[in-house]
Design a protein around this ligand. Structure first.
Ligand code: HEM
Length: 159
């Protein structure tokens, strides 16, 4: 299951291609979801956030299992144009930003859901939901871009 080669034309396993494509399009999906909020289509905003978040979590769990089983990182880092240490440091920074971003995303989703259940969409006026939401969007986008950079370093920019 985890040893199948992907569809992007590199030597990367399928699960790597799937997660990379998902996280590459995720900022666009998030923008669409935010657009729903701007247009005051709050139910669509809520449902789309739920779908994007759940998909990201499920894909990440599969990805983590795949990386552990295949040892793909150390295997391809050896033949990358960049040194192993450079990619590792970049990877650690990426993981820290991604954990903070997804942690904040989960927190905002759950707290917003509770707020909505308690008092409806009106309860969002005069809160910092907008500000936190935009910060999380930015952090998630940075994580996505860094993830794509790691994919390129491992599977495209090779010696
Ligand atoms: C249960 C989940 C959620 C509910 C019920 C909800 C609801 C809302 C509501 C009612 C607004 C309008 C607020 C206002 O008038 O100031 C809004 C705006 C916004 N939400 Fe959410 N939200 C949820 C989750 C999220 C999450 C997880 C994010 C972050 C990725 C997010 C990002 C935003 C942004 C950026 C805006 C501002 C849009 C604008 O510029 O008008 N929301 N949301």
């Amino acid at each position: 299951m985890f040893d199948k080669i992907g569809f992007l034309g590199t030597q990367a396993p399928l699960f790597m291609d799937i997660i990379t494509v998902y996280f590459a399009v995720m900022p666009i999906l998030l923008l669409v979801s935010i657009y729903f909020a701007i247009k005051k289509k709050y139910q669509l905003h809520f449902i789309s956030q739920g779908i994007i978040l759940t998909t990201a979590l499920v894909i990440t769990v599969f990805f983590e299992i795949g990386v552990r089983i295949t040892g793909v990182f150390s295997q391809f880092a050896k033949t990358s144009y960049f040194s192993y240490e450079t990619i590792l440091i970049f990877l650690i920074i990426h993981i820290i930003i991604a954990i903070l971003a997804v942690g904040g995303w989960l927190y905002l989703f759950i707290s917003s859901y509770k707020r909505f259940k308690l008092a409806g969409y009106k309860a969002f006026e005069n809160t910092n939901h907008k500000k936190i939401g935009m910060s999380i969007f930015l952090a998630l986008t940075v994580s996505s871009v860094m993830g794509i950079c790691i994919y390129l370093a491992l599977f495209v920019i090779q010696n």
